[in-house]
Ligand binder design. Structure first.
Ligand code: SAM
Length: 476
């Protein structure tokens, strides 16, 4: 079979993850003095990133005062680079067939439930529902199953989704989270105009990885860990990394994740566009009491803050695996994208819509934030944030090595803030409740004041009026 021989040809060792170095860095970091650590926090406030040794020092912090300093620095850096904007997205599960047996996952092969994938009509129904909630950006999710869910099925889904226009709704960016694959498949995903190719490493610790992935193509650590390399070789310059926190020591995982990011930057001249921070949740066949490395809320907040300081320009993505109040707090420390009103089952959005007696689709894992879109938007606004449905960057070609210089010189501020305002305005007119709309208009007038360039401000105001008059999809 083409895929298997191609896999063998494209196989590379993931030798950029250097476990011994990580262990040594964490050991050395235990001897870093309080003053030295305070200096690292000070340096981090300049938003120039951190070395692995500096990151290790912050990971070892337990002193409450130093921790408060880390949180304050992360908040400062977050605001300087991202302002008060938070980008919204929703996951869309299209197939739960899987040939892997990942111990932590509800979709593991050994779990018995009625597997399914969306038909074209079902996909259209799901997407219309997501569009009627106001979503413009999706993360397409599948289990791994070459026969039931081949790349052609994924490409058909992408094509169908981009083609669905429901009232004023449209999906303008599809990020894709599918299993590690061959370069040719990545080329085809690129040609289908995906946004980010996202793949979580789950754990970078080889021994734990092998234990967690006993069967299937995903069991090959090297194949999985070099997937982003192949994606980039296939022309995708926008990739997302992630760790499933709770499988192994979080300090090790954070340093390995940064080694991975550094490797991509070195090899391709551009690091990951995003990092996701999923945390282990209950799921069918998963007993959390058997996981010794579960991460506490305090440590999880520390992870987010340290990542923000270590890679200030990389988007940080948080899902509904976390509780509402905690999600608000994490936005302060560095999260720049959140999912909202999510379902983690195939056909889950339609099921939610039906009567309460309808059978729940099998979920990949349990979610903690079950609020409606309107509730999430209200709480984002109440916390002083500006919700954004912006998808302009990749449509304007601001990806990969064209994105970073813009971001680093602060230029992106002149486009992100107005684009957030314009897309939020669309949301308010098309989807918000009357109360939400009232609150949102207030938020827009406050955030307009933060557009420094008078020309851009005038143009934004003009475009806001055009949106009132029925224009849609205006962006800088
Ligand atoms: N099939 C792809 C793969 O092999 O990577 C897609 C992954 S899946 C649809 C998305 C992610 O959900 C996984 O990469 C994993 O990190 C996460 N996940 C799986 N089980 C989970 C659980 N019990 N709790 C929280 N997240 C989980």
């Amino acid at each position: 079979m083409k895929t298997i021989s191609q896999r063998a040809k494209e196989w590379e060792a993931a030798d950029f993850i250097k476990e011994e170095k990580i262990v040594a860095l964490l050991a050395a970091a235990k001897n870093v003095s309080r003053d030295e650590t305070a200096n690292i926090v000070d340096k981090a406030r300049q938003a120039k990133g951190l070395t692995l040794a500096e990151t290790a020092a912050l990971l070892q912090v337990t002193d409450p005062e130093l921790l408060a300093g880390i949180f304050a620095a992360a908040k400062e850096v977050k605001e300087r680079i991202y302002g008060r904007r938070v980008v919204l997205f929703a996951p869309l599960y299209v197939s739960d067939y899987c040939i892997n047996n990942c111990r932590y996952c509800g979709y593991q092969k050994n779990n018995k439930f009625k597997r399914r994938k969306l038909t074209r009509d079902e996909l259209i129904d799901e997407v219309k529902l997501l569009e009627s909630m106001g979503h413009k950006r999706l993360a397409l999710e599948t289990g791994e199953h070459p026969a039931e869910c081949p790349i052609e099925y994924v490409l058909d889904c992408i094509d169908t989704i981009y083609g669905i226009k429901f009232e004023n709704g449209s999906i303008r960016r599809i990020n894709v989270n599918i299993a590690a694959t061959i370069i040719d498949d990545y080329r085809r995903l690129k040609a289908a105009e995906i946004g980010t190719y996202i793949l979580f490493q789950e754990t970078y610790h080889r021994e734990t990885y092998i234990k967690m992935h006993p069967e299937g193509p995903k069991a090959d650590y090297d194949w999985h860990t070099t997937a982003h390399d192949r994606a980039m070789l296939g022309g995708i310059d926008d990739v997302g990394l992630g760790v499933l926190f709770g499988l192994y020591d979080y300090k090790f995982e954070v340093l390995a994740l940064l080694q991975h990011a550094g490797h991509l930057e070195e090899r391709f001249g551009v690091g990951p566009h995003t990092i996701s921070v999923p945390r282990l949740r209950p799921a069918q066949g998963v007993d959390l009491s058997t996981y010794p490395y579960l991460v506490s809320d305090e440590d999880f907040a520390k992870i987010v803050a340290i990542l923000r300081l270590a890679v200030p320009y990389t988007g940080l993505i948080l899902s509904t695996r976390e509780t509402p109040g905690f999600r608000d707090r994490l936005m302060d420390y560095g999260i720049s994208q959140v999912s909202a009103a999510s379902s983690t089952g195939v056909g889950g959005y339609m099921e939610k819509q039906k009567s309460s007696t309808a059978e729940e689709p099998s979920m990949q894992f349990a979610v903690e934030d079950t609020r409606s879109m309107d509730e999430v938007m209200t709480s984002i606004c109440a916390s002083g944030y500006l919700p954004s449905f912006c998808t302009a960057c990749y449509r304007q070609g601001r990806t990969g090595d064209r994105f970073m210089p813009l971001a680093k010189t602060g230029q992106i501020q002149n486009v992100c803030q107005p684009n957030a305002i314009l897309t939020f305005k669309e949301y308010l007119i098309d989807y918000a409740s009357p109360e939400m709309r009232q609150l949102g208009e207030k938020v827009i007038s406050e955030h307009l004041q933060q557009i420094a360039d008078p020309k851009i401000l005038a143009l934004t105001k003009e475009r806001l009026q055009e949106i009132e008059l029925g224009e849609r999809d205006l962006y800088f």
